[in-house]
Design a protein around this ligand. Structure first.
Ligand code: VGL
Ligand code: ZN
Length: 205
C-alpha cells in the first residue's frame, strides 16, 4: 500500500498565519491533484494547548525564534500557533480533505514539542501513526505539507527508521528557510529517504 501523509496543512502555516511559511499556499493545488493517486491519504495536525512551552510567549526574557533547552532537548521558541480549536489550527478549506482516512494530532503535551507525526521530540510518546500504517500494510510513505525542514523532515526520518520506504515530495512542501531545507535534504539522502523533485517522477522511481 502506498500512503500519502499530508503534514500540518493548517492556516497558521500558510500566508496570513502566525507561523506562515512563504509560498506555502502554492502546494495546496498540487496536493489536491496528487492525492488521488494514493491508496490511502492521512494527515497530521499540529494541535497545541494555549500554554504550550514551545511558544515564546510562555517564557520571560526570551524572544521569538530563540533556541533554548526544554526538559533537556533543544527547542526553538515559536510564535503562538495551532492552538487547539482556533481557526489557525484548522486545515485550510482549499485542501480537498474529505478522503483523509485518519488525522494524527501532535504537540498536545505542554512540556514537549512534536515535529514528527510519529513521536514527540523526546521519542517517549507515540501518536499511534506507526501502528496505523502497519495495520493498513503501508509499505511506502510519501510525505508533503509544511514545514519542510521541521514537521515533514522529522516525520520522514521516523518513517524511514521504522523500515517503511519513505519519499520526500520536494515539489509538494515548502521550508521556513532555504538553508534549513538544504541541510535536511543532505540528512535525508544519508538516511536513504528518496527525494522526489518533480511531480512527473511520482511512481516512475
Ligand atoms: C511546525 C514549528 C512548530 C511544523 C510545527 O509543522 O513544521 N514547525 N510547530
Ligand atoms: Zn507547533
Amino acid at each position: 500500500m502506498k500512503a500519502l501523509l499530508v503534514v500540518d496543512l493548517q492556516y497558521d502555516f500558510l500566508p496570513g498565519g502566525s507561523l506562515a511559511v512563504a509560498q506555502g499556499d502554492e502546494i495546496i493545488p498540487i496536493i489536491n491533484r496528487i492525492q488521488k493517486d494514493f491508496d490511502l491519504v492521512i494527515a497530521t495536525q499540529d494541535w497545541h494547548p494555549a500554554n504550550h512551552k514551545s511558544f515564546a510567549s510562555q517564557h520571560r526574557d526570551k524572544n521569538l525564534f530563540d533556541l533554548i533547552e526544554l526538559n533537556g532537548i533543544p527547542q526553538v521558541l515559536w510564535p503562538d500557533h495551532c492552538v487547539q480549536g482556533s481557526r489557525g489550527a484548522a486545515f485550510t478549506e482549499e485542501w480537498e480533505s474529505n478522503n483523509v482516512a485518519a488525522i494524527f494530532r501532535k504537540g498536545m503535551n505542554v512540556e514537549v514539542d512534536s515535529y514528527s507525526g510519529f513521536y514527540d521530540n523526546d521519542h517517549q510518546n507515540s501518536t499511534g501513526l506507526l501502528g496505523f500504517l502497519k495495520d493498513k500494510n503501508v509499505t511506502e510513505l510519501y510525505l508533503c505539507g509544511l514545514a519542510a525542514e521541521f514537521c515533514v523532515y522529522f516525520s520522514a526520518k521516523d518513517s524511514q527508521e521504522a523500515g517503511i520506504k519513505t519519499f520526500f515530495l520536494d515539489f509538494a512542501t515548502k521550508p521556513i528557510t532555504k538553508e534549513g531545507l538544504d541541510k535536511i535534504k543532505l540528512e535525508m539522502s544519508k538516511l536513504g529517504i528518496v527525494i522526489v523533485v518533480d511531480e512527473e517522477e511520482l511512481f516512475f522511481n
